[in-house]
Design a protein around this ligand. Structure first.
Ligand SMILES: C[S@@+](CC[C@H](N)C(=O)[O-])C[C@H]1O[C@@H](n2cnc3c(N)ncnc32)[C@H](O)[C@@H]1O
Length: 242
């Protein structure tokens, strides 16, 4: 092989690399435009009703700043509506209209901010330990005038006994055993844990039995979180503190 051949091989490798990056960028941009179209569709507007403008505005802000501020991963920006906003909204039908809800590990505000926008008469407390994220949450609360939201920095465990919440929500925070230990002491007796989970949530129930018994929790229910046509429904786990 001549020196020229070597140069040719590495040129080809660079070109292959460029093609892979270009393909990924193209696929992200196609996904992004499909996601925006979904977000602007009549079916999503109807689904979110009066909360649509706020939820869409929150989504736009997350699209602009979410990756930059380390709130969501780079791949998530192009699927905000499908994977995050509508997924968060799927929990709302299982929530009361009034009372106190604590969302633990709110991160960028999912589902807590979306819930607060859709349930304006519910007092929503967002508990999140990372300062970068609580700063963001405070900014979102101010920008959208969410007078029903209280942002608290800290771990859920630090607030045990501080609330007698009607509901505790969470998404992508921990497995059920750990989550029950974190969430149940924040609830009043008879209050409910309502958790957005993956489709394999049933496998988390047996390992959590001991914790659930210690809180006299009822039998966990696995529910379908409905969303709009074309978006995968999500799984919700609900259980009641005894
Ligand atoms: C994977 S993120 C999920 C964020 C958001 N719920 C979502 O679905 O996009 C997990 C979040 O839980 C928070 N977290 C971790 N341990 C926690 C604890 N003990 N109490 C409250 N939040 C916690 C992390 O700081 C992080 O923001």
């Amino acid at each position: 092989m001549s020196a020229d051949d070597g140069a040719q091989v590495s040129d080809d490798a660079v070109r292959d690399d460029d093609v892979v990056h270009a393909d990924a960028a193209l696929s992200d941009s196609l996904e992004d435009s499909a996601d925006r179209t979904l977000g602007e569709s009549a079916v999503v507007r109807e689904h979110l009703g009066e909360a649509y403008d706020d939820v869409a505005g929150f989504g736009e802000l997350l699209r602009e700043q979410g990756e930059l501020r380390g709130l969501i991963g780079p791949r998530e920006v192009s699927r905000l509506w499908e994977r995050h906003l509508l997924n968060s909204a799927a929990v709302v039908p299982y929530l009361p209209e009034t009372g106190t809800l604590v969302d633990i590990g709110s991160g960028a505000g999912l589902p807590g901010i979306v819930v607060a926008m859709m349930r304006l008469n519910l007092d929503v407390v967002l508990v999140e330990p990372m300062e970068r994220r609580t700063t963001w949450l405070d900014e979102v609360v101010e920008r959208f005038g969410l007078t029903n939201v209280d942002v608290r920095r800290g771990r859920a465990e630090e607030y045990h006994g501080a609330f007698e919440a009607d509901v505790v929500t969470s998404r992508a925070v921990a497995n059920l055993a750990k989550l029950a230990r974190m969430s149940l002491p924040l609830l009043r007796r008879g209050g409910e844990m309502v958790v957005l989970k993956g489709r394999n949530v049933a496998q988390e129930i047996e390992p959590a039995r001991k914790v659930l018994r210690s809180f006299k929790a009822g039998e966990p229910e696995i529910l379908l979180g409905t969303t709009v046509e074309g978006v995968e429904p999500t799984t919700i786990l609900r259980l009641r503190r005894g």
